[in-house]
Design a protein around this ligand. Structure first.
Ligand code: C5P
Length: 427
């Protein structure tokens, strides 16, 4: 199940300015998805990027350069014969100059026709010309296809997609769903916030490339009867941020989550569960195939021993019902036990404590026999966008200062990647 991401909107994201210092050429080819490019330009600017918009003649049929100039804060280029200076260069070669200081060219929307053009190296308008003339080593090309589902599925387009990939072009999407034409299928352009998340991830270092990371997140829900249950206040935000950071770092990520209201990070495989037993059933068979296991879920320690098949009613006698509880399996401890034998996955636990954080985290790490535990003050962090962590291993501890959860997640993932590397590097 996938959910739209909500990554562009939080104040934490704005404060982080993930694209600070990046210069992006945003190309628009013709398609109704051009209206989304306006929002994308705004989101890129908000994330700290400088954005140079270049539009094809067809794109101008859908949205005006005036709109794109207002949102990007820079004059828009539309013609190969445009004589204006670029970055102070007056040699009348916009098709060269526009990409010489760019960190990437992102074409969104990329129409079927534009993709066919790119494939053949044709260069009869400014946008295709600059894509061909860009320095291929330093200025990657990303495209976000947008077209009717029949056009996307057509063998010609699929052939072009395969060849564009082989030529080093990065494809973002497309998504499937309702289309402007009223049909439903694959070919919809990704939403602006999804494209932003993809671009931010694209620029991140990839220390976990080729690694598999399994993460648990959120609370569990232990039913008492068909309408009631035992749960807790975990929002899932920390686990989801870690999943995003791991995916950005190049890992293949599986996220097993209890009931939460958080959007799935791009590129993450999500498995939804409700109870601790279901979480254990999803995690334990998968764990031996993984390089890293990070248990952030607030798993209920106990569940009702029996499930009432019908809603428990008030009986006239005013006697409150009582419930017998039974212990849930400790998922992390089970995976860690297996890992001691197999040598993997590298297990990371979380300790949410209300006091004496370091002491309790140390004890928990030893009890669970895991190499690394991450301590945080539980009641202070549940549901919030920021947090502070302490990383505790067998020898020492390291404080990660207060920050938004994605920043902390990236620091944690960098730390884990270094630990993996040092265990893999022969002495
Ligand atoms: O023992 P405690 O619940 O405090 O341990 C917390 C750590 O263990 C967290 O990493 C949590 O995800 C994991 N855990 C688990 N299965 C349980 C209980 C906790 O994986 N049943």
């Amino acid at each position: 199940m996938t959910h739209p991401s909500d990554s562009t909107t939080t104040p934490a994201d704005a404060a982080r300015a993930d694209l600070h210092g990046r210069h992006v050429v945003l190309g628009l080819s013709g398609g109704i998805a051009c209206y989304k490019a306006a929002e994308l330009a705004r989101a890129l600017v908000k994330a700290g990027a400088t954005v140079q918009v270049v539009m094809t003649e067809a794109a101008e049929q859908f949205i005006t350069p005036v709109t794109m100039q207002a949102l990007s804060g820079r004059p828009v280029f539309t013609s190969a014969w445009d004589t204006r200076d670029v970055d102070g260069n007056a040699n009348n070669m916009a098709h060269i100059n526009l990409t010489r200081h760019a960190d990437a060219v992102l074409v969104a929307p990329a129409s079927a026709d534009f993709m066919a053009k790119l494939l053949h190296g044709r260069a009869d308008d400014l946008l295709s010309l600059l894509c061909l003339a860009r320095p291929i080593e330093t200025c990657p090309l990303l495209i976000a296809p947008a077209m009717n589902r029949e056009m996307w599925a057509h063998p010609a387009t699929q052939r072009n997609v395969a060849q564009l990939r082989a030529d080093g072009t990065h494809l973002l999407g497309p998504d499937s769903g309702e289309q402007a034409c009223g049909e439903v299928g694959e070919g919809r352009m990704l939403e602006p916030e999804q494209l932003l998340e993809e671009l931010i991830g694209f620029f991140r270092p990839k220390p976990l490339a080729g690694k598999r990371v399994l993460i648990t997140a959120g609370p569990t829900f232990e039913p008492i009867d068909p309408v009631r249950g035992i749960t807790n206040l975990s929002s899932g935000k920390m686990g989801f941020a870690i999943a995003r950071a791991a995916a950005e770092a190049g890992a293949e990520v599986t996220l097993v989550t209890g009931p939460v209201h958080v959007g799935t990070p791009r590129g993450v495989r999500r498995i939804d569960v409700r109870t601790a037993l279901q979480m254990a059933d999803a995690v334990i068979p998968l764990a031996p195939t993984q390089d890293v296991f990070i248990a952030t879920a607030a798993v209920a320690d106990w569940r009702p021993a029996t499930l009432a098949e019908q809603k428990i009613k008030k009986n006239g006698s005013k006697v409150a019902p009582t419930f017998e509880l039974t212990e849930n399996p400790d998922i992390l401890a089970a995976v860690a036990k297996q890992a001691l034998v197999e040598g993997h996955p590298f297990c990371v636990g979380f300790a949410a404590e209300s006091h004496d954080l370091l002491k309790h985290a140390r004890e928990k790490r030893e009890r669970k026999q895991i190499p690394l535990i991450v301590g945080n003050l539980g009641p202070a962090t549940f549901g919030r966008d920021d947090n502070a962590l302490v990383l505790v291993d067998a020898h020492s501890h390291r404080d990660l200062p207060p920050a938004d959860k994605l920043t902390l997640a990236r620091w944690l993932i960098t730390d884990i990647a270094q630990r993996l590397q040092s265990t893999e590097t022969p002495l």
